[in-house]
Design a protein around this ligand. Sequence first.
Ligand code: ATP
Length: 238
Amino acid sequence: MPKLEVKNLAAFYGRAQALRNVSLTVDGTEIVALLGANGAGKTTTLRVISGLLRPSRGDVFLDGERISGRPPEYIVSLGVAHVPEGRRLFPGLTVRENLYLGATIRKLKRSQLASEVERVLAMFPVLEQHLDRPAWALSGGQQQMVAVARGLMSNPKVLLLDEPSLGLAPIIVKQLFRTIAEIGRQGTAILLVEQNAPMAFSVSRRAYVMETGAITIHDTVDRLRQNQRVQNAYLGLG
Ligand code: ATP
């Protein structure tokens, strides 16, 4: 059974249809990439999975349990963490406070919170020295690390990452993706929305391509690298 299963989703913003038909799966130990042009519906797919938007049709299952239609807090508590595009940190709160907010749902004691921060910082040691600084004072790359670390504070089984590379210098993106790969190796399933297909491919086993609200291509990364359409549209090899 897949860890996460998305079946035949359709979704609207008012009368505008953003998703027409989206189905995908993520196994428990997999990083799966979701590619597509601006406006294809990648962000909307993540919003439906995490319960921020109700689908008009279709279902989402986590470990076989239907989660679509349930409130976002419940979905987080079951083990789905969403790291949104643009990071959405609380800029005036410290890094530590931002991290604590990622664990709100777990109702931990103060001492447990502190040890969870330690656990998560093992992935992002550079943040240790910034814990008591306000989030706005960090670089873009560090802020993205805080956003991912905050997601990990809920101890997720599935991590939804929306465009983690956005606006970051190539060398920072490389470091960040090394960490994303490590999070995957340690047993968290990841659904990775990315415009940067070469980086996404470097950490993913399989990938889906979306066009205008539907999945149009889906295969292993090894095979997609050889796919002419994917090469032209996403790998800049056309
Ligand atoms: P991007 O990389 O630009 O975020 P995306 O693939 O994630 O693109 P979505 O953000 O999911 O695409 O958008 C899918 C469609 O829904 C687009 O046509 C977009 O204009 C529309 N849309 C997104 N958010 C809203 C909203 N809040 N209200 C109305 N339409 C929206």
